[in-house]
Design a protein around this ligand. Structure first.
Ligand code: GLA
Length: 725
């Protein structure tokens, strides 16, 4: 619901209020937090009612003064009285860089605004979603800004984006354009970010805010293994079930910045958007520019609730297409089983055994094309290697289909190897700067997706691969950070656009392939999880979470990822032991119990397992199919988080609340163990729940007495299913 009264906009979800005021032509951010029933007058919501010494002032019509330096500002710009981190900066034709937006008006409409060429959450028929557009302009600079707000009443989420229009006579350069800026009127928060590196992505880090700017960012052209476009601001003592928590996420797959500016007056300005580093977007007269979408959520009951708000919104209104709603297949992928050393027979042998245990999809990973026997050639030449596949993809996929399975394929469409026919015939198709040596990443270059001839070529590769229906699944990989980012087209004025235009080119291709091949399941991947973000999830409902498939490591990685993204989006595979990344040996049961809550897959040669392990695999596959809905549409309660504990426990509560699954993982056992109980959450206290062995408990018992934990040795795991009787 959105209302406008006495110069105050109230954006209300079921549990949240977001309040904006129009104050002498300026737009102020007045409140974001728990839902308010009665909206105070604007005067009562101002941060201060006077201007501080050294704060430059505007004189009101009545002669009194105010300063935006002392107020909470909704969409701050550079160059006037507000000295904190600006949301918008531009350089104008006269060389100056001052912008001052004045309020012009607003429109309220039903449903959700959309963003041309950009991924965004959406509304469906019957959703209680409304849009607010606030129009601001700077007449001197000739720029109009339309601030868009999507209010998802039942999802308790607010989305934001900004459209800039060159409404003047001269071109200008946008140099900073945040998707969201929010001034919170307190700053005694901890900031939580998701950080890491290859094979250890998205591990939460938490620290109290200090005065100044704290931010995470990427300049790698992808969101990266290292940082994620998400952060939370939480009470110092907030935990999974209590305390205030604000979450901010950018639905974007390229360079981003996500941070907070804590000022000297206890205000925390949260901001998130495209990274301004090397971003200069020339806007010609009449042109417009849309920022990517940001999502903001608030919880007054801890970090767990913040995550659940994101999960539900992303599962239901960010992911789209038929695979959003149907059970996705259990797959087997040959990468860790064979690496580059395979042929048709080997793949069929792996598939045969997999089919026998109920696995539904055989995915052929890297190495099937060109002369690719290692990672130093052939990207771009998407034609089968006749040595490995004498009967081509068609011949292989027919044999796989004859086993009752579907067939899937790995591609890395954004890349080109220097040693490839594609590069030899189109040496200027990669991102590069003439006369400057290009740094290689995994021996490869990045195609210039800002060029239409390049994006058309990539679309044609998919048309060729996918049009005859042999391929049911694509693993879309992207294996390097971008360097020497320049384009051979567009001249000097286009160079500051390349990083973002690349991402727009990527979305254009993803949009094309998913619209034209709606029956193909796409999984995102970037050296594991270097591009695990909402932008990818809008097109592809699942992403390979990490190249680290060790069960213990995955507990942490999946936990961190679940801060913002639901388990239904996480590709999770059981691989061989000793594990290829950390050489740890964990039981097959634990590897399965960790993977079953995500999109289950196997990444090993099942022919090498003994009968006992094969029985476990059979059980895992059937449990995955049986429990899919609870894991993938239910609510997640993190009963015990892995960081700081020897164990982790997750509860998944079905949408209808009739089934609850408790997943327990002991990373490190201890002898002569202390008592351990974990209390379940959100059950019906008066109901009776029965576990799979027929033992009955009341909801009250499970939530207060709790479920016993046993820690007496390493690597114990358990999946317990309770059903309401
Ligand atoms: C990346 C992916 C892996 C695998 C290899 C193949 O690293 O994350 O899963 O597909 O590429 O080269």
């Amino acid at each position: 619901m959105i209302s406008f009264q006495k110069n105050v906009f109230h954006l209300a979800t079921k549990k949240t209020s977001y309040i904006i005021g129009v104050f002498h032509g300026q737009l102020l951010n007045l409140y974001f937090g728990k839902r308010l029933k009665n909206i105070p007058d604007i005067g009562d919501m101002l941060t201060v009612s006077y201007s501080r010494t050294f704060s430059p002032v505007d004189i009101r019509a009545d002669g009194t003064e105010y300063s935006t330096a002392d107020l909470t500002v909704e969409y701050p710009t550079f160059g006037t009285a507000d000295f904190r981190s600006p949301a918008f900066c531009a350089t104008y034709a006269d060389g100056t860089a001052v912008t001052r937006f004045e309020y012009q008006g607003y429109e309220i409409s039903e449903g959700k605004y959309s963003l041309p060429g950009l991924p965004a959450v959406y509304s469906e028929e019957g959703d209680r979603v409304s849009t607010l557009k606030i129009i601001m302009s700077d007449e001197v600079a000739g720029v109009t800004a339309e601030l868009y707000y999507g209010v998802f009443e039942d999802y308790n989420a607010i989305t934001r984006s900004v459209k800039f229009i060159n409404s003047g006579e001269n071109a200008f350069d946008i140099t900073r354009a945040m998707s969201l800026s929010v001034d919170l009127r307190r700053a005694d928060f901890d900031m939580v970010t998701l950080n890491g590196a290859w094979a250890r992505e998205r591990l939460p880090e938490r620290a109290p805010l200090r005065i100044g700017i704290q931010q995470v960012a990427s300049t790698r052209g992808i969101t990266s293994h290292h940082e994620n476009p998400f952060f939370a601001l939480v009470d110092g003592n907030a935990d999974e079930t209590s305390g205030e928590a604000y979450g901010f996420n950018l639905i974007y797959s390229g360079n981003f910045v996500a941070g907070v500016h804590k000022d000297n007056y206890n205000c925390a300005r949260a901001f998130i958007g495209i990274n301004p580093q090397n971003f200069t977007w020339r806007l010609e007269k009449g042109e417009c520019f849309y920022t990517p979408e940001a999502v903001a959520v608030y919880s007054d009951s801890g970090i767990g609730e913040m995550s659940r708000i994101f999960h539900r919104l992303y599962r239901e209104r960010l992911c789209k297409g038929k695979f959003r709603d149907i059970r996705r297949p259990v797959l087997i992928n040959n990468w860790e089983a064979t690496y580059f050393d395979f042929n048709e027979e080997k793949i069929v042998e792996i598939a045969k055994t997999a089919a026998g245990v109920g696995i539904e999809l055989m995915v052929l990973d890297d190495g099937w094309f060109g002369k690719r026997n290692s990672d130093n050639c052939s990207l771009g030449d998407w034609v089968e290697d006749p040595q490995k596949l004498p009967n081509g993809i068609k011949g292989l996929s027919q044999r796989i289909k004859a086993l009752g399975m579907n067939f899937g394929l790995w591609v890395e469409p954004e890349m080109v190897s220097p040693d490839s026919d594609l590069n030899r015939s189109h040496p200027d198709w990669c991102l590069h700067i003439d006369g400057r040596k290009s740094t290689l990443g995994r021996n490869q270059l990045v195609l210039d997706l800002t060029r239409k001839d390049v994006t058309d070529y990539i679309k044609s590769v998919f048309d060729r691969l996918l049009s005859d229906g042999d391929i049911s699944y694509i693993k879309w990989d992207m294996n390097r950070s971008m360097t020497e980012v320049g384009s051979a087209v567009g001249g000097p004025a286009a160079q500051g656009k390349v990083y973002h235009a690349y991402v727009l080119g990527l979305y254009d291709i993803m949009d094309y392939v998913t619209k034209n091949y709606p029956d193909v399941l796409f999984e995102g991947c970037s050296g594991g999880g270097a591009r695990f973000d909402g932008g990818i999830l809008h097109y592809f409902p699942q992403i390979w979470t990490s190249d680290d498939t060790d069960a213990l490591e995955r507990i942490y990685i999946q936990y961190g990822t679940s801060m913002c993204y639901p388990y239904s989006t996480m590709g999770a595979h059981v691989s061989a032991v000793p594990n290829h990344q950390v050489h740890r040996t964990t039981p097959i049961k634990m590897r399965g119990d960790v993977s079953i809550c995500g999109q289950l897959g196997y990444e090993l040669d099942l022919n090498k397992l003994d009968e006992k392990d094969m029985d476990s695999v059979r059980e895992q596959v059937s449990a995955y199919k049986r429990l899919y809905d609870v894991f993938h549409t239910g609510d997640l309660y993190r009963l015990m988080v892995p960081q700081g504990n020897n164990a982790a426990v997750n509860e998944f509560l079905a949408e209808d609340k009739n089934t609850v699954i408790i997943c327990t993982y002991v990373m490190k056992g201890s002898p002569n163990m202390p008592y351990g109980f974990v209390k379940l959450r959100a059950l019906d206290a008066d109901a009776t729940y029965e576990d799979e062995s027929g033992i009955r408990y009341t909801g009250e018992y499970l939530m207060n007495f709790g479920k016993k934990l046993s820690y007496n040795h390493d690597y114990i795991s358990d999946i317990t299913v309770f059903k309401k009787v």
